[in-house]
Design a protein around this ligand. Sequence first.
Ligand code: PEP
Length: 244
Amino acid sequence: MTPLIAGNWKMFGLKAALAELEALKGAPRGGTEALVCPPATLLAGAAATLAGSGIGVGGQDCHKAPEGAHTGDLSAGMLKDAGASYVILGHSERRRDHGESDALVRAKALAAAGAGLKPIVCVGETIEERNAGREGEVVRAQLAASLPDAAPGGLVIAYEPVWAIGTGLTPTNPQIEAMHALIHAALKARFGVGVRVLYGGSVKPSNAAEIFAVAGVDGALVGGASLKAADFSAIIKAHPAAAA
Ligand code: PEP
């Protein structure tokens, strides 16, 4: 499976930030797939800037309906129309800030698939859940309820322990390996096909190579360190496939 290294810009970036994408275009990527998910206001600009580069753009969320009276929301079709090929769904910040449930994430994944977008569905435990030894149970339940009955084309899962996002903390390599093995096994049992499972949570140039070497890690979802082309391209370069 081609490793996917995706950047989540969250609510950061004005038009001037597109200059970072100009810089990213020339960075060597080898056999990796690179993706940038900017705020929706920059989606069309990012798609235009990256046109022909092979680097994709994605949204950070979509509504579950194809259109309608939903002030302030964006449909999957709108993201696609602006140039997106992927959409991040169920990020823990949306689950926290907007009370998104697994059922809503599932409905959004169906909407994304219906519009021809590949969903990147995020799962991950809180620190309390990990301290209680419940991380496996929590992530299995999130997978069961956040995914449609049939795997959407191009489905990607991002394992993002909530306590590792934006904190500088990362799980140990055996902890990452155990969770990725559990997720791969659950997806294989349910869908019968291989699905890429990304690791996300404080990935940076200094720890990326070590994380990419962990069995079952098919790439990364990168937040803070994706905002600067130099950092994001260093993370891409740290993947063994980048040299291929
Ligand atoms: C994220 O937002 O998905 C993320 C992993 O953030 P960070 O890399 O900043 O921890």
